[in-house]
Each structure stands twice: as C-alpha cells, then as structure tokens.
Design a protein around this ligand. Structure first.
Ligand code: ADP
Ligand code: ZN
Length: 598
C-alpha cells in the first residue's frame, strides 16, 4: 500500500494524477528505508521516485549527479514546484555555494544535488556525518562500475559511502546496466544489501535500423528526408567528424551544430542551450553529448559509425522520443569503424581483463548489428529481457533473406589462409578480386588458387560478407598485429565443409514507408490548432528565457498539447491538465489562459 502522502505530493506538488508503472513500488521501498537499485528506461520518470520520498522524509537528502547541467535542470524544475532544492558545483560563485551549504546545514534545504568529487572529500564527509542525512541518491549509477559504459573515476569513491553512513538509505538509479554492471553497482554501493527494481527497458516508440555503410552522406540524407525541422542527434566517432557532419547538414538545408569535448566549455554550453531551447536543431556530436539531456521531443538519433557497445548504444538512442511519440533511429557502420573500435580498446589504458571484456562487448554489439532477428528482441535480450517482435524495426519490416554462403565463405577463408593469415581486409579483397597490385605481385599472391576467384562481386559485397563472417566469429581481426585477419576454430571447420554458413542477402533495403508506432493515449492536435500550439510554445520559450531555464522546465510539450486539445477556460480547468500542479498553476495559469483568449 502506497502511503497517501506520496499520492498527495504527486498530485499537489508535481501536478500529476497517477504514478507510472514501477514508480510507486520504488517509492514504497525507499520509504521503508530499503536500499535500492532501479533500472528504468530513459523518460520513465526516475527523478520522481526519489524526489517524492525526499519531500516526505523528515531527514535531508543528498543526490549525487555526474553533470552540472543535469543538476541545474533538476533543481530548476523542483524550484518551479516550490520544493526547497539546491545544488553545489564548480560553476557557481563561491559565496553562492557557501550560502547554500550554510542553509543546508541549518535544515532550510531538503534536497541537495552534489558532484561525487564535492561530496567525497574527507573534511566534508566528517561534517555531513553530523547532519543526519536520511537518503543518498546516486543518479546515473552505471558510472560507478568499471564494467559500465560511462565509468567515471570520481564515482568509484562512492563505494565508501556505506561505511561513512551506515544508517542512511542508499538508492541508485540508471537507465542501462547489463548483468555484470548491475552486480558491480549493488556490491560497491550497498555491499549486496539492496533490492533490485528492473523495469522493462522496452521503448516501443523507437524504431531501430542498422545498415552497412556505403556513403554516410547519402544514407544520412535519406534517413533525414522526412525529418526537416525536427530535433535530432547524429553521433559521430571523432571530434572532426562532428564538424564535417554539421557543415554538410547546414549546406543541405538543415540547422546543425557540433558538440564535442575538445570545444571550450562556453561553446559547449552555448551549443547545448541552442539544442535544448530551439526546435529543429540537429546536434552532430561525439559520445560526450547527451548525458542528462532531458529534451522530450528529440525525434531521431543517427549513428554514422559503430557505437562503443550495446549499453552505450541503448543510452544514446534512448535520448530520442522521451515524450513517448514515435521516433526513428538509424546506425550505419563499416569495417573501418570496427577496426577503429578494436584499436581504441587496444590502445586504451585498461588492464588486459578489462580489454578482453570490452572486446567481448564489441562482439555482442556486432552480433546485434548483423542479426536477422527483430532488433528490439536482440537489444533487450542483451539485458536479459524477453519480448515479442516489435513490428517496426528494419528486420521486422523487411525480414532479411538468408542465403547459403558456405562456398563463398570457403573462398574467403582459403584466401586468408593462403596469404599466411598475415593481411587485413583490403589486401584480402584485392586478392579475391584479382587486383594485380605491386604488393600482391611481390608477394606472389597472384599465383595462389583463390586469386581472382571473387571477381564477379563488388568490393562492397565482400566487405559486407566478411563483416558477417566476423560477427559469426569465423574470422577475427587481430588488432595487436595491425588488423590482420585470422581464422578461428569454427572458421577452419567451415573451410573443411564441416559446417555451413548462412549470410544475410547483401542488398540495400532501406524502406521509407514505415508503419508508425502510435501511443494509445497520444494527444490529437488538429492541423488548424497548430498555430495556437506554436503561439504557446513561443510564450513558453519567452518565460523560460526570462528565468534562464530550458523551455521544458516551464511546461513539457505534452502539457502544451493537452492545453491545446482541451482548451481550458478557467484556472480550475487548467488544473486538470497533465503536468500542472498548484505552483505552476499559480505562476503560469493566468498567463496561458490570457494567451489562449487573445
Ligand atoms: P528519467 O527516467 O529519464 O530520469 P525523468 O525523471 O526526467 O525521466 O521524467 C521524464 C518526464 O516524465 C519528466 O518530465 C517528468 O516530470 C515526467 N513524469 C514523471 N513521472 C510522471 C507521472 N507519474 N505522470 C506524468 N509525468 C511524469
Ligand atoms: Zn522488430
């Protein structure tokens, strides 16, 4: 049974009617003083799960968050609902930080957001021990795990929290963590004393597609054909790529800006703000962009090269469609990307164990890319979740044809074997296609039996075919030896006809007439109502700019659409709108009523 006070806070502080699935169980557990780890998909509403107990609790709450922007947004949003929340971070003036700290110690602030570095200083911890903290919340908890995709060194220290505060409640939240990562988080933060809440990670409104890369420019433009004026993200492998992509999109009629960790922080902040507050911006970004980006109407996410691993990929595509409306994702990748990824792992500073794990995770991603099954089934399978076919991914819409590739595979494997397993993809393809390069002639490889045996196929065919051999683990790329191809045990079995090889028919099968996912309770706006919606959006932006907060902090898109759909005439009617609690009603109700009648 959920405490009445939780429902009261939900209604009267946040202006929401009902809890979403999973929220009340988590709130209950926290109110019962249990340590928890909750894995909930992006947009599911993690913040309320700890904010409501923090508001109800007599004691204070400290929330540890990895990003300044994230803290600012959360605190701004809470303040809009008159919750006494604050944050301490290095972008604020020292006096301001001191003042907040003083007020927190005095008990005037209920919820304090901090970075892990600020919290885990010995001197600070000593003082905090005397403050009687009821609840510690670790947001983006995957950052604490070395096995996780976003590991941060300063998060690691948080494993000492449980020793410093044995009587406090520790609650951790994240949107992605595979089994290894989950176990690691639980162990580090709570020593195993923890209740796990695993919510379905399904995001039915996202349509997934993965293609081999032929030309990123053509493929990206094709993907974006029906997406002009929509907000979206294009993830790129390198900093330089982000600039190239932004320039390319701008010259093709899109509004695009770049974001990467090499830019100075002012530019980064400015670009992020533009993305958050204006509509129709395409952010061309490296993986540095995105954590804590709570923009509800990101309509697409494209990857123009291979992401790091499945956790990271899930997190990145998860930034699309937080408002629950259908959103598209596309990944294109080629052999070069794979080679780069392997190289990044090898050249990284991790120890051998960790590198092995990273390679394994990359293998899993590759298997996902090359699968002929439903993408959502394959993706969630990685997080140990079983679901039905999604019906909207590329493989569901266009089931790939499987062909017998045993003989072709034998030609490839034989070529690799006959050149002594000492060369990489380009060389092997040249041999297959009978290219008489100087290097091949000098090595006498134009004399081997397989030279020119693959002439009738194009280079791109062979690249794709070999990628499928790699993802099926018949060939491995040996990065330590400059990316040469080696044959595995199963590869040798294939070569000796002891097993078969089926491959996905190699044709470009992009389909633009997709079935769109529609949410049952999607709000319906008629065409003639669009100008009103636009007017309200402009009003929202104006109000947000005045307060220096992102637009969605004032009202979510869903709220504006609900207003347009139901056209409330009085403050009482306004109160019924999704996302309008008493404080927002007081602050904005009249302004929006006036705007509607003008
Ligand atoms: P995430 O799980 O990604 O951290 P947030 O906590 O930012 O998600 O929540 C996503 C959005 O959903 C926010 O705008 C939040 O106010 C809204 N939300 C959360 N819980 C509810 C609810 N019970 N009813 C309606 N909206 C909710
Ligand atoms: Zn599917």
């Amino acid at each position: 049974m959920l405490s009445e006070s939780a429902i009261e806070v939900l209604n009267n502080t946040f202006g929401y009617k009902d809890f979403r699935s999973g929220q009340s169980d988590i709130i209950n557990a926290i109110l019962l003083k249990k340590n928890i780890l909750a894995i909930m998909p992006t947009g599911a509403g993690k913040s309320l799960c700890y904010q409501i107990p923090a508001i109800i609790n007599e004691l204070k709450t400290i929330v540890i968050s990895p990003l300044i922007a994230l803290m600012d947004d959360q605190v701004n949003a809470l303040k809009q609902n008159r919750v006494s929340a604050e944050r301490l971070h290095s972008h604020m003036k020292e006096e301001e930080n001191n003042e907040i700290w003083k007020n927190f110690c005095k008990g005037d602030i209920k919820i304090l957001y901090m970075s892990p570095e600020a919290l885990m200083r010995e001197s600070k911890l000593k003082i905090i021990q005397g403050l009687n903290i009821g609840l510690f919340v670790i947001d983006e908890a995957h950052c604490i795990s070395k096995w996780g995709h976003g590991f941060r060194k300063d998060y690691e220290n948080l494993s000492k929290l449980k020793d410093f505060f044995p009587n406090s409640n520790i609650c951790a939240f994240t949107a992605t963590a595979d089994k290894d990562t989950r176990e690691d988080i639980v162990e580090k933060l709570t020593g195993g004393n923890c209740e796990l809440f695993l919510q379905s990670l399904k995001r039915p409104n996202l349509s997934l597609s993965v293609h081999q890369k032929f030309s990123w420019k053509d493929q990206l433009l094709k993907f974006l054909t029906d997406k002009k004026k929509q907000s979206g993200i294009v993830y790129c492998l390198s900093r330089k790529n982000t600039e190239t992509v932004a320039e390319f999109l701008n010259s093709n009629g899109f509004k695009s800006i770049a974001y990467h960790a090499g830019q100075n922080s002012n530019i980064r902040e400015r670009n992020q703000n533009i993305f958050m507050t204006e509509t129709g911006i395409v952010m061309a970004a490296t993986i540095a962009f995105g954590m804590g980006i709570d923009k509800p109407d990101v309509r697409f996410v494209a990857h123009i090269s291979l992401p790091t691993n499945i956790e990271e990929y899930y997190q990145e595509i998860g930034r699309a469609g937080r408002d629950g409306k259908s959103s598209d994702t596309m990944m294109i990748y080629g052999l070069d990307d794979l080679y780069q990824r392997r190289r990044f792992i090898e050249e990284g500073s991790s120890n051998e164990d960790h590198k092995r794990m990273d390679h394994r995770r990359l293998d899993a991603l590759l298997a996902f890319c090359e699968t002929a099954a439903c993408r959502q089934v394959s993706l969630l399978g990685y997080f140990s979740e079983k679901i039905e076919n999604c019906g909207v991914c590329d493989n569901c819409l266009n089931p790939p044809l499987l062909e017998d590739g045993t003989e072709l595979a034998q030609i490839v494997l034989s070529a690799i074997y006959r050149v002594g397993q000492s060369f990489g993809s380009n060389y092997i393809i040249d041999v297959l296609m009978g290219v008489k390069s100087e290097k091949i002639i000098n090595n006498h490889h134009d004399k081997i039996k397989t030279f020119g045996r693959g002439k009738e196929y194009k280079k791109k065919f062979w690249q794709s075919f070999m990628r499928q051999l790699i993802s099926s683990n018949h060939i491995i790329i040996n990065i330590k030896k400059y990316g040469i191809y080696e044959i595995t045990k199963t590869g040798f079995q294939l070569l000796k006809s002891e097993r078969e090889f089926k491959y996905k028919s190699i044709v470009i099968t992009e389909n633009s007439s997709k079935k769109k996912y529609k949410k049952d309770d999607e709000i319906n706006i008629k065409d003639e109502e669009l100008p009103l919606l636009q007017r309200l959006k402009e009003l929202r932006l104006e109000l947000a700019k005045k307060q220096n907060v992102p637009a969605f902090v004032v009202f979510a898109d869903q709220t504006l659409m609900h207003i347009v759909e139901t056209k409330p005439q009085t403050l009482d009617e306004m109160k019924q709108i999704i996302g309008i609690g008493p404080h927002k009603l007081e602050k904005y109700g009249k302004i929006f009523l006036d705007a509607m009648s003008s």
